[in-house]
Design a protein around this ligand. Sequence first.
Ligand SMILES: Cc1ncc(C[n+]2csc(CCOP(=O)(O)OP(=O)(O)O)c2C)c(N)n1
Ligand SMILES: [Mg+2]
Length: 519
Amino acid sequence: MNGPLMNGAESLVETLVAGGVEVCFTNPGTSEMHFVAALDSVPGIRCVLCLFEGGATGAADGYARMAGKPAATLLHLGPGLGNGIANLHNARRARSPIVNIVGDHATYHLQHDAPLTSDIEGLARPVSAWVRTTQNAVSVGSDAAEAIAAASAPPGRIATLILPADAAWTEGGKVARTPPIAPAKRVSEAAIAGAAQALRAGKETMLMLGGAALRQEGLDWAGAIAAKTGARLMAQGSNARVERGAGRVPVERVPYPVDSALAVLKDVRRLVLVGAGVPVAFFAYPGKPGRLISEDCEVRILAAPEDDLTATLAALADAVGAKKSEAPRQIAARPDLPSGAITLDSIAATLGALLPEDAIVCDESVTTGRGFFTLTRGAAPHDWLQITGGAIGLGIPLATGAAVGAPHRKVINLEADGSGMYTLQALWTQARERLDVLTVIWANRSYAILRGELANVGARNPGRKALDMLSLDNPALDWVSLAKGMGVEGKRVTTIDAFADAFRAALTMRGPFLIEVVI
Ligand SMILES: Cc1ncc(C[n+]2csc(CCOP(=O)(O)OP(=O)(O)O)c2C)c(N)n1
Ligand SMILES: [Mg+2]
């Protein structure tokens, strides 16, 4: 395609392709029609239609976590962006790179205040590290190239590019090359030496890991450091991706319930942070602390998320004289398959017994999942992806995007029923794209966690009206029918034996399938 004949939208797509962007999760409207046409005429980008913007943004998050690079989105003005914000919030917390592209009215149309006009930059800013409205067709390419670089800068960010319709359709587009992306920074020798000193205190010290430190190599070094010094190892509570299972260095997470977290952290006198923050309670509860470490605990930020966490841990290992071969390894050990009633323990044991090698677990299990980490730790090696920003409705889109980003791996989406209802349209995308995702719905037919929270915050004597706001029965959701209506086959199970049978059978198939587990 020749430069002068190219419109802004075509230069955008060519720039994305040149910058290594291979997928666009889309939900278009009139103002994006030239972008849609350019995605069609310029080869190189797989377009994945999502039927709600939260599906597109959540899928872009899942894709980034597995592919390690950004996808683009295509969203429709402020309202489309608004629909996608909760999952952009989660993606920001996961530090997922995303090139978030939002269409806008033609620049000269804004003066009329047509119905879809809104403050798109204002909506984008809280979830974006970089926001720009392209001014004209000539600047689309260079703005897009900058957006790719901004998104890809370690550890990963959301870059929102707002594309006015006339910038897209006017000729004069120029393809731009992605500017160089600075690699993750190395931390100073002095910081390493200081952390090494703190680690000599042994078990009173905790090494708290987040981000890339929870991938295999980082964990290898961290495990070696802990073994050598006697320091404790822990992952922050919510993590974008943990590589775990047999043969890997086991790591526990800070528990969600405040009292459990306080108990786990109470003896820590020195906290060394590597890509993690100081652990805090998800919410304030009357009479309970916000920070979960003791007041006299010394905090040392060894490496921020944007630093090179693996190199930091390797250097720290060197400083304390630890070798990778000394890292403790999780032995292969699976629980026995349980029988009888469906309980939270029997569900966790079934998953621990059957989780397949190389699975990508997308976990939005909420209450049902509290015991999953423990009982799956000795399963075959797998990845575990969590909801990082507490905004529910991520799981089904996350699994969708993870399957696009890692097409040869089985994705297992463990999904609470209430959370699943926010973005269930993503099941349709799984069917259309034939994605290899097994969705397991924990049908407890309630917002179970909030029943506990009602008590935890000390709400007085909840009555019928309050309890009804936390209940999803009357009518009960029929997940098998919901899935079927979107092209995904499913099965409902009411005993743990039937769950194990259905789970095993689903693992032998490829493509989307759903199991509704009635709890
Ligand atoms: C976007 C968003 N809206 C609302 C909430 C508040 N919230 C937290 S948990 C929850 C209900 C969870 O129910 P479910 O997913 O069924 O999990 P369960 O506790 O039943 O296992 C709600 C509504 C939230 N965290 N995020
Ligand atoms: Mg529920």
